[in-house]
Design a binder for this molecule. Structure first.
Ligand code: SF4
Length: 412
C-alpha cells in the first residue's frame, strides 16, 4: 500500500525531494518545480519538508512574546497591496506620541513580552532622528527590552535623510538600542514584480544593500517573501535563491517567513487583477519549499498565523515550519488589508496549538535563544486541558443565546 502512495509521485519531483533529503542544494528550477506540486507530489513534498525540519530544527516549536507597535499609518509610498497606509488628512490617520508607545510597551512587558516589533508608514515629515528618538525613549524606560524595528524601506528613508554613510547610520541606530530588523519590504525581490506592486518602494538592489549592511554591523534580520498576487513561481524561486546567497555571505538571517498576500482591501486585487491571495496548497507548498531550498543555511522557517489562521498554521507545522512567530498583541497591517484571524494569539493558545500537533512548545528570544521550555504537558495550565461542558440552567442558556444573537445583530 505504501508503495502505491509513492508510485503516484512523479519521478522528477521524487528526484528533487531525494536530493534535498540527501543534503544536496536545490536550484531555482527545482524550487519552481516543487512550487507547482499537486496531489501525491504535494503530500510527498510536505512529508519531505517535515523530515528535513526534524533533522535541522528538531521537534521543538518556538514562539516569541512580542507586541507590534505601528507608530504612524501615514505613508506616501502607495504600495498597491497595502490597506494600512493613510493620507495625513484622513480621519483615521494617526501618529502616536512617544508616551503612547511607552505605555503600550509597558503593557506588553507586563504581559510577558520580551520584544517589540516596530514598523510604520513612511511619513515624509519625519526624518532619521525620529527613528533614533523612539529607540532612545524605549531603551531609557526598558533597558533589557529587545527592539526589532524598521523595515529596509524605513531604513532607506531615514538613511537618505541623514546624509550619513549607510554603515555609520545603521551603527548610529544600533548604538541607540536597535537589536534586529524585520526583513520585510521584500515582497518579491525581482524588479519586474516590484515595478507592478510597489514602484515607489526601494528596488531589489537597494533592499539587498541595506540588509547586507545591517548584517555586517551586527544587526541580524528575518527574511520574508510575499506571495499569492501577480508573481510567478520562477520569481519566488529566484527570490529564495537570492536570500540563500545572502545568507551564505553574511549569516545574518535568523529565520525565513513566507507571508501570503491578503487581498480583500487593496487595489492590487480590486483594481489591478492580482490573484486573491494564496490557496491552501500554495501556502503549504511555500512553507515546504522554503524548508527544503534554504537548508542548511536557514534552519528556522516561520509560518504566519495572522495570514493563515491557527488551523492552517498547525498544518504548516507538519509541512516544514518550526516556528510559530509572535503573539503580536496588536496586529493592524494585515487586518487592514482584510485578514480576519485576529490581532493577538495568547502564548497559552500557541502552546495548546503546538501541543495539539505532538510537538514541544518553547518560548524563545528574538534571536532564537530558548527562554523557557514546556516539556511536560502535565504542567500546562488548566485552560489548555479539555474541559467538561458546563451544565447550564434553562434560563441561563436562553439569556446567553439572546446576548449572542444581539451581538451578531449589532455586527451586521
Ligand atoms: S506597505 Fe509600507 S511602505 Fe508600502 S504603502 Fe504600506 S505602509 Fe507604506
Amino acid at each position: 500500500m505504501l508503495e502505491r502512495l509513492l508510485a503516484d509521485v512523479t519521478p522528477e519531483v521524487g528526484r528533487v525531494l531525494d536530493a534535498a533529503l540527501d543534503g544536496r542544494e536545490l536550484g531555482p528550477k527545482d524550487a519552481a518545480l516543487l512550487l507547482r506540486a499537486e496531489g501525491a507530489d504535494l503530500f510527498a513534498l510536505q512529508r519531505a519538508a517535515d523530515l528535513a525540519r526534524a533533522e535541522d530544527a528538531g521537534d521543538d516549536v518556538s514562539f516569541v512574546i512580542t507586541r507590534n507597535l505601528n507608530f504612524t499609518n501615514v505613508c506616501y509610498v502607495g504600495c498597491s497591496f497595502c490597506g494600512f497606509a493613510r493620507h495625513r488628512d484622513d480621519a483615521d490617520a494617526y501618529d502616536h506620541p512617544m508616551e503612547t508607545l511607552i505605555a503600550k510597551t509597558r503593557d506588553a512587558i507586563q504581559r510577558g513580552a520580551t520584544e517589540v516589533c516596530i514598523q510604520a508608514g513612511i511619513d515624509p515629515r519625519k526624518d532619521h532622528t525620529h527613528y533614533r528618538e523612539i529607540l532612545l525613549a524605549l531603551k531609557a524606560e526598558f533597558p533589557s527590552l529587545h527592539i526589532h524595528a524598521f523595515s529596509p524601506e524605513e531604513l532607506d528613508h531615514g538613511h537618505r535623510k541623514s546624509g550619513m554613510e549607510l554603515g555609520d547610520y545603521l551603527r548610529w541606530l544600533k548604538d541607540a538600542g536597535l537589536g534586529t530588523i524585520p526583513g520585510t519590504a521584500a515582497e518579491i525581490l525581482d524588479d519586474e514584480v516590484r515595478k507592478v506592486v510597489s514602484p515607489r518602494k526601494l528596488m531589489t538592489e537597494r533592499w539587498v544593500e541595506i540588509v547586507r549592511a545591517a548584517h555586517s554591523v551586527g544587526l541580524r534580520s528575518s527574511g520574508t517573501v510575499m506571495y499569492g498576487h501577480v508573481e510567478k513561481v520562477e520569481h519566488v524561486a529566484n527570490h529564495l535563491a537570492l536570500i540563500r546567497d545572502l545568507q551564505k555571505e553574511t549569516g545574518g538571517f535568523t529565520e525565513f517567513v513566507p507571508l501570503g498576500f491578503i487581498h480583500e482591501k487593496n487595489i492590487l486585487f480590486n483594481h489591478m487583477g492580482a490573484r486573491p491571495g494564496a490557496s491552501t496548497s500554495e501556502d503549504l507548498r511555500m512553507v515546504a519549499v522554503s524548508r527544503l531550498f534554504l537548508r542548511p543555511w536557514i534552519t528556522n522557517v516561520q509560518m504566519s498565523w495572522v495570514k493563515m489562521g491557527p488551523k492552517l498554521a498547525q498544518v504548516a507545522l507538519l509541512s516544514g515550519a518550526n516556528d510559530f512567530g509572535g503573539t503580536l498583541m496588536e496586529e493592524s497591517i494585515s487586518r487592514e488589508s482584510g485578514a480576519d484571524h485576529g490581532e493577538n494569539l495568547p502564548a497559552e493558545e500557541m502552546r495548546r496549538l503546538i501541543r495539539d500537533v505532538g510537538r514541544t512548545p518553547v518560548q524563545r528570544s528574538t534571536t532564537y535563544e530558548v527562554l523557557r521550555r514546556f516539556d511536560d504537558p502535565a504542567e500546562d495550565p488548566p485552560s489548555l486541558e479539555p474541559q467538561e461542558p458546563a451544565e447550564l440552567s434553562g434560563p441561563t442558556r436562553w439569556r446567553l443565546q439572546e446576548e449572542r444573537a444581539a451581538r451578531v445583530a449589532r455586527r451586521k
